[in-house]
Design a protein around this ligand. Sequence first.
Ligand code: ZN
Ligand code: FE
Length: 260
Amino acid sequence: MQRHSVEDLRKPPVLVQSLAMIIATAVPILSDNYAWLLRCSETGTTAIVDPADPGPISTAIDAAGGRLDLILLTHHHGDHIAGTDEIRARYGASVVGAKADAHRLPKLNQAVAAGDTIMVGSSSARVMETPGHTRGHISLYFADGGVLLPGDTLFSLGCGRLLEGNADEMFASLAQFKTLPGETLVCCGHEYTESNARFALHVDPDNVALAIYAERVKSLRAAGKPTIPSVMSDELACNPFLRATTIAQLADLRARKDKY
Ligand code: ZN
Ligand code: FE
């Protein structure tokens, strides 16, 4: 700690609190994926989440100053991890991913599990284990900045397909998200919102909040704009998979969505 000078003591007291927060920027890649560029406002430390396409990812990193400290992986699917080794080699970043899936992820420098903390400069993310879409899926929550990176577990107005997990697991995963503050930004892995909205309106036709949100989504997409990040309070009010109150209800919704 630095000692305070007499001059410092004459200054009005300031809040002794870290002003670090994470700033998340979407990087559209492939046909409808989002990678996320994260920057700690205090230190400039930079991370990329799910850098599956090295070309646009490098362009985005270089445009932001060319610094990359960390690569964070949500799950093992190719549309999230391809490109990891090329980006690692290019910037010398270390790779963080789920310990449970270390055998099928690119070589990890840090293997994490539920409750672990990942530091991006002075901003910290809590690791949540959120199986359902895949067995070893993790989501990251930065309380500083209010940013959730749910990968393919949660989408705006939807959730991931149950490719490896079951409805019990997905229900428990979504339940963790429901406890987050309403203003949390949902920085998910795909731009699926418009088609998700059609299904959501189909199963929940009397939901006024959903009708309004779906209109907003429609005009954003018509203008060629992203609908992501969405806001947790909108998801809680409109997303049928978050609104499901029982595992059976969620299982039924997911099965119907698969055939929709
Ligand atoms: Zn996936
Ligand atoms: Fe995906």
